[in-house]
Design a binder for this molecule. Structure first.
Ligand code: MRU
Length: 345
């Protein structure tokens, strides 16, 4: 298993930096990069060096600390600091974990407003490191709650990457799979390729093979083939933002899988921490879906795979309707979508 943290704060003298795995290089290379500027934080999220909702959140939290250090000698410190927070928050729109982490950092600033910039910086670092440490603990809880739902010897389908690399460690959907595999060595995982960026092919298979969990890579269009053959008994994915009614945004293609799973009567679960639940929105209609560059679809390994003049629309996420979700696996337990309001309000 990826035992070490895939994203972490490193203190160096009176400053520090964020050390994170460059996910754009997986599976070819496992390399850590040092992020030590607000610009670097923004770019690492935008270009998906750091990706996955919880990992983006933690990078955002560390970004807030870095911003405070950069501004430590400036007049109008708080005003300028909040501008940098907004800038970091604008790097990607869909995963709520980013604004959740920044909100947590705003609370720290508000509590310490009358202190010096360096004291505020220290407090921001402390809070971000706390969020970083809590992430792994939360994921292990999600894993254990989820594992209890997995039938013996199950074929488990997952989409995109909700693993150790998408979090600080262990993963959410892959946390469920990791915990299930600890209990039962006969489970088998089907990992969707996850076009256009291939997070399933590149990152999920990389993580699962490292853990020696039996894994079969399939393309996105194949899921109903394997469902019909009776080879998939359980589906679990992560989420980027869950509305208060349980509608869940996750990587594009997730809702197609949930619809097929419903047709074949296969339970479909979302695994996500409380920080992914956005109680301020009523339904999935309120979730902003990121539209990414059309070249992600048109170009593979540097070469066009279609006439370059063809029209492309590249939404990065879709919303799975609450009615298709059997349960949302959180660190507090497993809840039906209609229970979220009572539990998390
Ligand atoms: O565009 P990405 O790779 O950041 O999308 C990630 C996903 O959709 C994950 O499933 C989600 O963030 C959960 S990660 C624990």
């Amino acid at each position: 298993m990826l035992e070490e943290k895939t994203i972490e704060w490193v203190s160096e003298g009176d400053f520090g930096y964020c050390l994170t795995v460059d996910q754009t290089l997986i599976p070819y290379e496992y390399k850590k990069v040092k992020i030590n500027s607000t610009e670097g934080v923004y770019n690492s999220i935008k270009t998906m060096i750091v990706r996955g909702a919880p990992a983006i959140g933690i990078m955002g939290a560390h970004g807030c600390s870095i911003a405070a250090y950069e501004l430590k000698n400036e007049d109008n410190f708080i005003e300028k600091l909040y501008k940098k927070f907004d800038y970091i928050n604008s790097s990607r729109p869909t995963a709520v974990n980013l604004s959740w982490a920044i909100k947590s950092q705003i609370e720290v600033v508000e509590k310490n407003k009358d202190k010096t910039p360096l004291i505020i910086y220290d407090e921001l670092v402390k809070n971000a490191v706390k969020l970083e440490n809590e992430d792994i603990i939360i994921n292990k809880k999600i894993g254990d709650f989820g594992a209890s739902l997995v039938p013996k010897g199950a074929g488990i389908l997952t989409h995109c990457n909700a693993g150790a690399l998408a979090t600080v460690g262990y993963g959410t959907a892959l946390g469920v799979i990791r915990s299930a595999f600890k209990n039962d060595k006969t489970i088998k995982v089907f990992a969707d390729e996850t076009r256009p960026r291939g997070q399933g092919a590149k990152i999920t298979t990389y993580e699962l093979l490292r853990d020696k969990i039996p894994t079969t890579l399939i393309t996105d269009g194949m899921c109903s083939y394997f469902m019909k053959k009776g080879m998939i008994d359980f589906v679990v994915t992560g989420a980027d933002r869950i509305a208060s009614n349980g509608d869940s945004a996750n990587k594009i293609g997730t809702s197609t899988i949930a619809i097929a799973a419903r047709y074949y009567n296969i339970p479909f679960y979302i695994a996500a921490p409380k920080s992914t639940i956005d109680m301020s929105i009523k339904s999935g209609d309120d979730i902003v879906i990121e539209l990414r560059d059309e070249n992600e679809v048109k170009i593979v390994n540097g070469k066009p795979i279609c006439p370059m003049e063809v029209n492309v629309i590249n939404p990065s996420f879709d919303v799975t309707d609450n009615g298709l979700i059997k349960g949302i696996i959180t660190e507090y337990g497993v809840f039906r979508p209609d229970e979220l309001k009572d539990v998390f309000s």
